[in-house]
Structure formats: C-alpha cells, structure tokens
Design a protein around this ligand. Structure first.
Ligand code: ADP
Length: 306
C-alpha cells in the first residue's frame, strides 16, 4: 500500500484576459472549483495506477472538505483517517490564469496545518502497514519528520517531494530515501540552477551528502535525472503537445511510488520507475487541470505499452 501524508486543497480557478494590477477590479471569463492539493493529487495519481492508497491529512468541516473527501473515495482511496477540523476552513488555492496561460496562485493552508506530530501515534499502524510513504511541504514538516522516522524504523520507503520549495531540515533529508524536487525547488534548496548535467549532479550530490539515498530532479519537458552517491542517469521525457502542466510533478510522484511499491528500491529500479513516471506525466500534461488530468493505468499502457 501507498500512504500519502499531505494536503487537500480546493482550487478556485479564475480565468481572466489579464491578471489585475493592485487596486484593479476586472470581470473574469470563467470560474471553476476543482479538487487539488499536492497530497491529494499524488494520492489520486497513485490510486489510478492501480494501487491501494491511504490518505492522511485534514480538511475543515465545510462543503469544500466534503467534496474533496468524496472525490478521493471515487478513486478508491482510503479516506477514513482524514481528520475534520472544526472552525478552520479547508485549504484553498486561489488561482488566476490569464489568456496566455500565465498564473498567480495564493494558497491558504487552513486545515492542512492541523495534522500534528501527536496524530502520528494513532496512525502508527496505517504507516507500518504501507510499504511506501510520500510527503510534501503543504503540511507541517515536524509531522512528516515523525512519520518518516516511524516508517524508516519499520523498513518502509520514504519519498519526499519538497514542494512548495523551502529548505529541507537535515533531519528530514536523512530520513528520506528519495527526494524529488523540480528545477525551481532544486535551485531554492541547493542554490544551484540545474541547467546542465554538471549542475544537476552538483545540486543532487549536495542533497545526497546530507544523507538522502537518491535524488530525482524533474526537468519538465527535458525529463528527469536520477542521482545516487555513485550513479547518474538522465531519462528524456516523451515528446507531447503539453496543454497544461498543472500536476505534472504530482503525476510523476504517483508514477514513481506506484512502480516502487511493486518492485522495491535500487538505482536500476529507480531508472525504470522514472521511465514509467515519464509516461504517466506525459499523458497528464496533455490534459487540462490537476486531478482531472491524471491517467489510469490502462491509459498509460494503451498509449506507451507496458
Ligand atoms: P512540476 O510540475 O513539479 O514543476 P516538472 O515540470 O519538472 O514538475 O514535470 C514533472 C515531469 O512531468 C517531468 O519529469 C516529465 O516527465 C513530465 N513533463 C513535464 N512537462 C512536460 C512536457 N512539456 N512534455 C512531456 N513531459 C513533461
């Protein structure tokens, strides 16, 4: 099983001609309310790839929270451990998109910050009954540290997606088997822009030196690089006409977790996992939206073979 510790957000997406300036009011062309949050997206990605997935996180006692949880149930995700927090709204992301596809995003974490270290004590069995645990940075980092510590004590695979970007506490780096940043996150975490092979290696090595076993840097349309202490491999992305890269990274993480859940963990397995995740993400970027863009396993096989 795959356990996702992370955020559930309602994305409020407004389409405008031009993003308003400070003090300006404009009329928008369209509005949609769509399920999101990096944690929930990654859980849905893994569930659609035919894995048993359990979600750990918090929502508020409100319509958005209910919609998000019901939506995850549709993909067969175990939602009974999601806590409902009184008097704090479900997390939201206010997303404004202009006619060129540029966006501004403001995230209010709300209930997401209420999954606390103490909760991990009562969730112990859930974590040790999974073989992989995934976390991001839209929920409290102390909780992730506690969950990963427990997971490592029981020989589980831990995957950290350090997004949105922030410095990673050294303790958490040591507890993470695989750290998966994108290009901007890599630059914020290491101070190195992963523009070419040498820079990718240097940036990844600086994280590995602090105790992570593997680093996968996702490189958008360039694909992804897998780095360990002694090995380096870059795997190209599929050539597709991308229409919306929202949740590209989340679909990729779901793909990696799905592959490892069946095959275990080594550098070679990770390279095969990246090949698979590239297929999953290549489909996701050709479709609109976050969870709406995430493919099912049969779609991945139909398009790219097994
Ligand atoms: P994020 O969404 O976190 O910024 P990336 O942009 O690095 O992450 O994308 C994650 C993965 O999605 C890439 O490693 C690649 O497999 C796939 N991907 C992203 N953009 C494209 C694209 N334009 N064409 C094909 N694959 C893409």
């Amino acid at each position: 099983d795959i356990c996702v510790l992370g955020s559930l957000n309602m994305d409020l997406v407004i389409n405008v001609e031009k993003i308003p300036a400070i003090g300006e009011t404009i009329l928008a062309q369209d509005f949609k309310k769509v399920p999101g949050g990096k944690g929930a997206n990654q859980a849905v990605a893994a569930a659609r790839l035919k894995n048993r997935v359990v979600m750990l996180g918090c929502v508020g006692n409100d319509d958005n929270g209910n919609i998000l949880v019901e939506n995850m149930k549709k993909d067969g995700i175990e939602t009974k451990y999601i806590k409902t927090i009184k008097d704090i709204p479900t997390g939201i992301a206010l997303i404004t998109v202009d006619s060129l596809g540029n966006n501004t995003i403001s995230v209010y974490a709300g209930a997401n910050m209420n999954i606390k270290e103490d909760d991990i004590d009562s969730l112990k069995d859930v974590i040790i009954n999974s073989n992989i645990i995934i976390a991001q940075f839209e929920t409290p980092v102390e909780t992730t540290i506690k969950a990963f510590k427990l997971a490592k004590e029981h020989g589980k695979i831990t995957i950290l997606n350090p997004a949105p970007a922030r410095r990673i506490p050294n303790e958490l780096i040591k507890l993470s088997d695989i750290i998966v940043p994108n290009e901007t996150e890599t630059e914020i975490i290491t101070g190195i822009n992963p523009a070419d092979d040498e820079k990718i290696k240097t940036a990844a090595k600086s994280i590995i030196d602090k105790g992570a076993e593997f680093v996968i840097i996702t490189l958008g349309s360039r694909g992804a690089a897998i780095v360990s202490k002694d090995n380096y491999e870059e795997i190209a992305a599929y050539k597709v006409d991308a229409v919306d890269t929202t949740a590209a990274g989340d679909s990729f993480i779901g793909g990696i977790a799905s592959f490892l859940s069946k095959k275990g963990l080594s550098f070679d397995i990770l390279c095969s996992a990246v090949k698979f995740a590239n297929k999953v993400s290549a489909i996701a970027v050709t479709r609109q939206g976050a969870q709406s863009s995430l493919p099912y396993l049969n779609e991945v096989y139909e398009k790219y073979g097994e």
